[in-house]
Every structure is written in C-alpha cells, then in structure tokens.
Design a protein around this ligand. Structure first.
Ligand code: MTE
Length: 326
C-alpha cells in the first residue's frame, strides 16, 4: 500500500490564521452563491499590513467576470498538497503581480481594464492525436476542478502561498493524446496590443509571452492548469482565464492567460530565455544555490507579511519532481 508520510514542515491547517479567514469565506461563498466579493471591503488594518494600497475597495482590485462555469467554484480541495506556511492574504496576492503584457510594475490590477477573459479559446495543436480549439468553458466542463494549496516563488525572491483551482495538465494530455514524437509543450499567452500596452510599447520583447516544459514535466502530478484562485475564477492580474502553475520552478515559468498549447519535438523558445539566456534557463527549477540570478536565491520574502524564509531546492517539492532530473 502507498503510504504518504507527513513531512516535518507540515503544520495543521487550523494553525494557519489567514486560511481560517479564507475557509470562512469559502463557506460564505457556497451559501450565498457567486460574486459576493463586492460585499467585502478592505479594512484599514489590512491596508496597514500590506502597505501596498490605500483606500481601494476589494471589488476594485479583484474583478471577476460572470461566466457559464462560475458555479463550479469553490472546488473540492485536494488535501495531498498542504503548506508549510500560512496562506497569503487574497488582496495582497491580487495587488502584487508580474504581468509584463500590462506593466513592468506590480500594480497590474490597475492596468487590466481593457482585458476580456470571455469569449476565450484554447488551441491544442502540434504533435497530438486530437488537435482541437476549445472554448474555455467547454474545456473546464470536460475536467474535474480541484483546489490545491501551493507555494509560489518568484526569481525576484518574493514568495506567496495561494489556493489555486484548476486541473492537472495530465488531464489535458489524456484528452489530447500527444504522439510519442512530442518531446516538449510550448504554451503561448494572448497577443492583443489593444488590451496590453506592453505589447505595443516594448516591441523589442518577444511577444506573445511563451513558456515551455518537457513532456515529462508536463505529465508531473504537480503541473497544474489553474482557472481559479481563492475559491473563485482567476481575476485578470493572476492570468485569467487559464494559467500554468509549476510550483517547483521560478514563477516566470507559470505562464498566464494561455491561448495556445502546442506539442512539439524541439525545445521551444521562451520569453525570458530569449531576452536573457544567461540568467533565465529553460528548466529554471528553484534552487537556493543558483548563482546565475541577479537576486540572491538563498532566502525569500513572503509578500504581505515580509517574513523571511530559507529557500529550498525545488521549492520543497522534491518528492514529486526530483526523479525527473536524475
Ligand atoms: N505570464 C505572462 N503571460 N506574462 C508575465 O509577465 N510573469 C511571470 C508569471 N507568468 C508573467 C506570466 C512571473 S515573472 C511570475 S513571478 C508569475 O507569473 C506571477 O504570478 P502572479 O502575479 O499570479 O503571482
């Protein structure tokens, strides 16, 4: 029988204070239906802790589109994926983002007004038995959504811990059936300069944003396609309507707002690797001894609380992924 040993760094979920608040909200959301966020306002105390914004209402920062799959959130949590730290506050996570299509600053939420997450299609193409362009809600209904608590670590040495909702990329592999000649997955984000000023102003950058994985990485149980966060759909700044989450890799690998997934036999060119191959390798697994980055990688700072933590190889997910790199 397969017995999952409890890791020494696990803490009981009830000890994670922000999560208690979040669990309360989950119950609230499921009792009242969707889009109750407008009723919740950022408190003065909260703004003091985050120090990121003053006076904005929660519904100004977290804008959600009502869609035909809204009723699927919150999804049941998969308890295999537990945390060694409290969850990051939702507003902190939603107001400190990287999304270069919109801005090079962290206040992405202020720059996404023109973005539209519906209608949206996801093209599955390349070396695959079942190429198809899916309407995003059709794809979401084809899979079983689940919630996972994952750590997220940016190469800039900030970190967060958030509840994603989505489905393992493995499910997409089952549906699309890549050919044995497929060695890599190339993912491309949207291209629309009318939505995203970075795509018209920073023309030297290789738009659209692209990322890639080996087939083995794509098939890892950890590799997740997120369509939601904090028990509801993704707001634009987190990569609506669907983004990758690979928590053992630096955050830039977790491409947002995906429109195209191509199975290929050659290693795809990726956004940051094209811009700066010395620093941003294709693999880019989290490694405290990584000396190539301009930010020291030994420690990471939790956004919101400022807590400093030691960075761990593979972001602590070695038991799931280390075998891939042997
Ligand atoms: N995806 C796209 N399309 N564009 C981006 O600029 N930035 C990456 C990644 N995915 C980025 C992207 C980086 S550098 C990080 S750290 C994470 O998104 C941040 O995810 P978050 O804002 O949801 O925390």
């Amino acid at each position: 029988m397969f017995i999952r040993r409890k890791k020494t760094w696990n803490i009981p979920e009830r000890e994670a204070v922000p999560e208690e608040v979040y669990l309360g909200r989950r119950r609230f959301l499921s009792n009242t239906g969707y889009l109750s966020l407008g009723a919740l306002m950022l408190s003065g105390a909260g703004a003091g802790i985050f120090g990121l914004f003053e006076g904005e209402k929660k519904e100004d920062i977290i804008k959600l589109a009502r869609t035909t799959t809204s009723g699927l959130y919150p999804a049941k949590r998969n308890l295999i994926y537990s945390l060694d730290r409290p969850l990051t506050d939702e507003l902190t996570a939603a107001s400190y983002n990287n999304f270069y299509e919109f801005t090079t600053g962290k206040d992405v939420w202020k720059h996404v007004k023109a973005f539209k997450a519906r209608p949206w299609t996801i093209e599955i193409t390349g070396l695959v038995e079942k190429p198809k362009t899916y309407d995003i809600d059709e794809l979401i209904r084809k899979v079983a959504l689940e919630e996972r608590l994952y750590r997220h670590r940016c190469v800039e040495a900030w970190a967060m811990a958030v509840p994603w909702t989505g489905f393992p990329m493995r499910e997409l592999l089952k549906i699309s059936r890549p050919l044995s000649s497929a060695k890599f997955v190339r993912m491309s984000a949207f291209m629309n300069p009318e939505w995203a000023s970075g795509q018209s102003q920073r023309l030297w950058q290789p738009w659209p944003y692209e990322e890639g994985l080996t087939m083995e990485e794509a098939a890892s149980e950890l590799t997740f396609l997120a369509t939601g966060i904090y028990g509801h759909e993704l707001p634009a700044q987190h990569g609506a309507p669907m983004r990758l989450v690979v928590p053992w890799k630096y955050g830039f690998k977790s491409i947002k707002s995906i429109m195209r997934i191509e199975f290929t036999d050659s290693r795809p060119k990726t956004f940051w690797n094209t811009l700066n191959p010395e620093e941003y390798g294709f693999t880019s697994n989290i490694d405290p001894d990584d000396k190539r980055q301009r930010w020291p990688q030994k420690t990471e700072k939790m956004i919101g609380t400022g807590e400093l933590r030691q960075t761990v190889l593979y972001n602590g997910y070695g038991e799931h992924v280390a075998a891939i790199y042997k």
